[in-house]
Design a protein around this ligand. Sequence first.
Ligand SMILES: [Zn+2]
Length: 69
Amino acid sequence: MAGGAVTCAPCPCCGEMVAMRHEGGTQTNDRTSPWVFVDHLRDDERGGVATRQPCPGSGKNEWEGEHTL
Ligand SMILES: [Zn+2]
């Protein structure tokens, strides 16, 4: 990202570019980023049929998305 606030990033869960929202508060390290992915859907192909399901990355910051799923 070239300067300024991050407003979207690739979701570690679905790999798509997803908008971020600021939840308020301050960041003390990578794990506590207040920037979280907005609620979004991803393709779920379990059972051989692709359906759009809520992505587990919704509401998580990048660290949480990478380490808690
Ligand atoms: Zn996602």
